[in-house]
Write a protein that binds this ligand. Structure first.
Ligand code: GTB
Length: 216
């Protein structure tokens, strides 16, 4: 059965690939699993039919038969568990790759989101100018730690895994800020991830929603 995911009908990033359906599309492309997409408006995301799938009224969701999932961490894990290509066979290496998936969403993504919110949602608050450097420093600290761990390696733990997919997509959100460029090994890491054919297919598919032009 072909899984169906949801994505923004009109993504605020205008097809830059920053919305989280991109990471799910990318995972499908890495493992060669075809998928369908149902586009939803901001209004529909808050209505009962969508809330039944996603209690927080967000995208993406994942449906396959009578299984419905939300949260990209869980969706990626589900895809990676059921198909070869995103998690190593060796049990310990697999556990470490899963650890990087968690690290991406629970340790690296939060300060990056805080920065996005500080800039986009709170920029006009009276305290915004004072707070921003604190938030930027928090992101920098986290990137410094990640950069040290990655070192000169191509990927976080051996071969490319779901952990790298998640981490690279999380880091992409920083590109407009310029902070990523302060860490050349991390920008090279993201560029390496973006050069993967599977990423390109996923990116083109989400861009096609914005341009209205079919891919392929
Ligand atoms: N933790 C959840 C997950 O990983 O699945 C978070 C899901 C989430 O934040 N979804 C966002 C959403 O539905 C879209 S991706 N937001 C609508 C709402 O909450 O009402 C976040 C996103 C949105 C826009 C941009 N952008 O424009 O650059 C980037 C990322």
């Amino acid at each position: 059965m072909t899984p169906t995911i949801t994505a923004f009908e009109a993504s605020p990033d205008r097809g830059q690939g920053l919305a989280r359906d991109t990471r799910v599309r990318w995972a499908f492309e890495e493992v060669g699993q075809p998928y369908d997409v149902r586009l939803v408006s901001f209004k529909a995301m808050k209505e009962p039919a969508h809330l039944a799938l996603h209690p927080f009224g967000q995208i993406p969701t994942y449906e396959e038969g009578d299984l419905a999932l939300f949260e990209t961490g869980s969706i990626l894990f589900h895809i990676a568990e059921r198909h070869a290509g995103l998690l190593p066979e060796d049990a310990n290496a697999r556990a470490r790759a899963i650890t990087w998936m968690f690290a991406a969403v629970s340790t690296v993504e939060p300060p990056i989101l805080e920065l996005a919110n500080a800039r986009l949602l709170e920029g006009d608050r009276p305290w915004a100018k004072k707070r921003l450097p604190v938030v930027v420093d928090r992101v920098r600290d986290r990137l410094k730690q990640l950069s040290t761990r990655l070192g000169e390696a191509d990927w976080l733990d051996g071969a490319f895994s779901a952990g790298d997919l998640m981490m690279a997509h999380v880091l992409q959100r920083l590109k407009p800020s310029g902070i990523l460029n302060e860490f050349p090994n991390l920008s090279a890491y993201v560029a390496r991830a973006e050069a993967r054919p599977a990423y390109k297919r996923a990116f083109d598919a989400q861009l096609a929603v914005f341009t209205g032009k079919p891919t392929g």
